[in-house]
Design a protein around this ligand. Structure first.
Ligand code: AP5
Ligand code: MG
Length: 214
């Protein structure tokens, strides 16, 4: 199974990917996470990407498509892939078709997480994650069950993303509207898009996604 989770910043792509990894043993391929790892590691890709990401703009198609290709190459054929935050442009959507074919895969579902734009800024400015295992939380919507302790690994250190400020979020949303939303009709024409209400609670969204994959 190969699926795309599509939605604007803060729609819940990362949150739902983590659930799918757990429930269905699929692999999450988040270009955002890959780029943040490259920035942290100071690699050539990270050095190129950092300023672009800090502004909330999109990194080049070549860089992200190469990351996806390399990650798919390292996966077992039978392992399902969740594309989180990729593709984000028409060129990336074309790249993905080509890369999937190269690895003997094809796209099963595009799941669109529909969300109110007004809610997204609040979601993003309230987001934090475990500094050790990366588990995602939100100040009010999804705090750890014991304050200050990660539910998953027990760490007491948390971090916030440098691009999670109101100004950058607005640019990220503009990029989504201008470059990412226009790839949806192409997938709709292929009959593989299902829209899920991303404003519902995290568990409800997960149930709706599972129904699509069943
Ligand atoms: P990326 O990391 O992909 O960021 P994004 O698309 O802006 O999406 P987010 O990670 O902010 O949101 P999400 O949908 O994952 O939401 P989450 O589950 O965390 O990209 C970052 C940057 O990297 C880009 O700006 C760009 O520069 C670059 N980049 C990455 N991919 C690229 C590509 N393909 N091409 C070019 N450049 C690329 O949830 C958000 C918060 O809400 C959390 O706190 C969570 O707990 C909470 N929450 C989640 N679901 C719910 C719910 N149902 N109810 C209430 N709260 C919820
Ligand atoms: Mg994410």
């Amino acid at each position: 199974m190969n699926i795309i989770l599509l939605g604007p910043p803060g729609a819940g792509k990362g949150t739902q990917s983590a659930g799918l990894v757990e429930r269905h043993s699929m692999r999450q391929l988040s270009t955002g996470d890959m780029l943040r790892a490259a920035v942290k590691g100071g690699t050539p890709v990270g050095l190129k990407a950092k300023a672009v990401m800090d502004r909330g703009e999109l990194v080049s198609d070549e860089i992200v498509s190469e990351l996806i290709d390399a990650n798919l190459a390292a996966m077992d054929k039978g392992e399902g892939a969740i594309f989180d935050g990729y593709p984000r442009t028409a060129a990336q959507a074309e790249d993905l078709d080509r890369i999937l074919a190269k690895h003997g895969r094809s796209l099963d579902h595009v799941i669109e997480l529909g969300v109110d734009v007004d809610a997204l800024v609040e979601r993003i400015t309230g987001r934090f994650s475990c500094a050790k295992c990366g588990a995602l939380y939100h100040d009010t919507a999804n705090p750890p069950s014991k304050e200050g302790v990660c539910d998953v690994c027990g760490s007491t250190e948390f971090k916030r993303r440098p691009d999670d400020n109101e100004e950058t979020v607005r640019t990220r949303m503009d990029e989504y509207r201008a470059k990412t939303a226009p790839i949806l009709p192409g997938y709709e024409a292929r009959g593989i898009v299902t829209r899920v209400d991303g404003m519902a609670g995290i568990e409800e969204v997960a149930t709706a996604i599972d129904a699509i994959l069943a």
